[in-house]
Design a protein around this ligand. Sequence first.
Ligand SMILES: [Zn+2]
Length: 261
Amino acid sequence: MKIPAGYLRELFQFSLLILVAVVAWQFLHSSPSVASDVYPYLSSLSPELVKQCAQENRISPTTSWEDLLAIRSTLPENDAQPLIDQLRTHVLFADLNWAALPLNTVRTVQRHRKILQQYPYYQPNKYTFPVIGTTWFEDSFGADRERGKRRHEGCDLFGKEGTLIVSISGGRVEELGWNRLGGERVGIRGDDGNYYYYAHLQYISSVLVKGQRIEAGEPVGSMGHTGDAFTTPDHLHFGIELTNGQWINPYPFLAVWKILE
Ligand SMILES: [Zn+2]
């Protein structure tokens, strides 16, 4: 039997259409990737250095905190100072004279500055520490939970029951109410795309509604010990989930926001 050429052509076109649709669907539904050096670099910055650069920021109207932090966090003092001196005399970052610094080193400083601009977690006044009142916290990310069944995917901030908890950034309320582990919990989709998780609350702020807009510093609720924290001291469990679904250690970020208060 002879298959008509027109039929074959239509079959081919149809197959091509399916293929294009599948590729487009996968492209649209793939999670946005985060370059592998972004969070290791951001997490490595000491709160003291971030604070120093936030204050030094005022040395010149043409200098930004990213310029200073990228230079100071990447280079030893001897190499950093001549560059900072140039910034002081209103030289733009793009016009810096890098003198004898190797090209690779210059590229690293430029890369770090780009990360700070794209991920402005340490930009003065953009993010807020979530606990208003006395609190203490340490790095317990990855600690064992439920005898090896899962790992601790956040940071616990301890304090008195009822202590005010506020949103660390602007965003939209995505989850609200009770779940088994988190108890009374609030999930906020930050303007940066990340998901910020506040758990074990005593009460959730009564004005919050799913889908609603919230600004940095606006109340989320009060500290408690609900959910699987019912036998533990009062604390806020705070989590950060990246757009690619990965939970990262919030401790370095909390430490910076605390010192910048
Ligand atoms: Zn926790």
